[in-house]
Design a protein around this ligand. Structure first.
Ligand SMILES: Cc1ncc(C[n+]2csc(CCOP(=O)(O)OP(=O)(O)O)c2C)c(N)n1
Ligand SMILES: [Mg+2]
Length: 377
């Protein structure tokens, strides 16, 4: 068994680096962060033990390609937003990539996912095509919801993507419903739901924790703890820093992990899925991560110093993955080759989206209600 503290070392160092910076950026009267968030190690009982096996280099390469695709797509979308090509709010997942990729590679076709408005990385990790994903964000007819969902409402049932959601925590009970359906039908499908650290303070989170634990639903709760809710650092909002302690009080198995390391995420989600399929009920995973771009396009980021972001970049998913690949003997040139290929692919995806027609006005009321046979006709 690999000690959890070791498995988490990168994330924890990153968290400590953040701690000092965000406290320094605060107003004078609020500058003393609670002692609980200055810890440099996890509490000894922070997580259930789990192994972190080394994944095959081929898989790491595939994961890296996916991570770069997500990163470059997000950068392209930020540029498009600046040009005024995107209506409504758009939240990118720059820095969150490993949470999505590690989880998607650990789950099976047929499993379900729901997530927040910060969900582009999940869509791509679950197999959505970048061209159609960008078209969706731009409101074009080739988008997965014909441009009617936009950035905040990614949906593609054929990929198991059952809906991103603009309402903080609303996607969580939806995943519980999917897990319940799987259970009632006697299927072995698992549902995973992603949410932020800020979602923990919504009542529906706790209602769902309780019923999921009580009914032993095949559900994985995954908190992408980027330590900010919009512009507010976690130490100003949460009574405790260790988010995993909340679901623990509902009798749930919990893990606190380095969410920037695909191998750690893969191992944790594999274990949670195994437990769910075996009828052992839900698992809560707290993935420590960091948002390397603004909360949303146009965020001026006046609430955190640029040095904090620079420091966190060194622990970011791409840096961690590149270091892993190098330690497996993959040379710089091969890595740069992937970067270039993906760059071309994303350029093509943007061009595809820009050429995609606007939806026809007749689409407005289509797909709003399900046509159900009433038997009255
Ligand atoms: C019910 C509800 N309240 C408030 C908001 C406004 N809001 C949008 S994002 C956000 C912060 C959520 O933070 P977190 O859950 O940590 O997710 P992150 O954005 O950091 O990924 C808030 C309060 C909302 N969308 N829904
Ligand atoms: Mg957050």
């Amino acid at each position: 068994m690999k000690p959890v503290k070791d498995a988490n070392s990168a994330g924890i160092v990153a968290r400590d680096a953040l701690q000092s910076d965000s406290a320094a950026a605060a107003q004078p009267e609020e500058s003393s962060a609670p002692a609980s968030i200055t810890t440099d190690v996890l509490p000894s009982d922070a997580a259930i033990d789990f192994d972190v096996p080394a994944l095959p280099t081929e898989m790491l390469l595939e994961m890296y390609r996916k991570a770069v695709t997500i990163r470059l797509m997000e950068n392209a979308l930020l540029a498009a937003a600046e040009e005024g090509q995107i209506g409504g709010a758009m939240h990118t997942a720059i820095g969150h990539e490993a949470n999505a990729i590690g989880a998607a590679f650990a789950l099976r076709k047929g499993d379900y996912i729901t997530c927040t408005y910060r969900g582009h990385h999940h869509g791509l990790a679950w197999g959505m095509d970048p061209g159609r994903a960008i078209a969706e964000v731009m409101g074009r007819s080739d988008g997965f919801a014909k441009g009617k969902g936009g950035s905040m409402h990614f949906v593609s049932p054929e990929h198991g993507m059952m809906g991103a959601n603009g309402i903080v925590a609303a996607q969580v009970p939806h995943a519980a419903g999917l897990a319940l359906a799987s259970h009632l039908r006697g299927e072995d499908r698992v549902a995973i739901t992603f949410f932020g650290d800020g979602a923990l303070f919504q009542g529906v989170m706790h209602e769902t924790f309780n019923i999921a634990a009580k009914w032993k639903l095949p559900l994985i709760f995954y908190c992408e703890n980027n330590r900010y809710s919009e512009m507010t650092p976690i130490w100003r909002t949460s009574s405790i820093e260790d988010i995993f302690l909340f679901p623990r009080s509902y009798g749930m198995a919990t893990m606190q992990i380095d969410g920037n390391d695909v191998e750690v995420v893969h191992a944790a989600v594999s274990l949670a899925a195994e437990r769910a399929r075996a009828g052992s009920g839900p698992t809560f995973i707290e993935g420590i991560t960091y948002r390397l771009a603004g909360h949303m396009a146009g965020d001026l980021e006046t609430y955190r110093p640029p040095e904090e972001v620079e420091k966190q970049e060194a622990y970011g998913p791409l840096a961690v993955l590149r270091a892993k690949l190098k330690s497996r003997g993959v040379d710089e040139e091969s890595i740069a080759g992937i970067d270039e290929e993906v760059d071309d692919l994303v350029d093509e995806a943007v061009a595809f989206a820009e050429k995609s027609p606007w939806p026809d006005a007749a689409e407005t009321y289509r797909d709003v209600f399900v046509e159900a046979a009433t038997g009255d006709a």
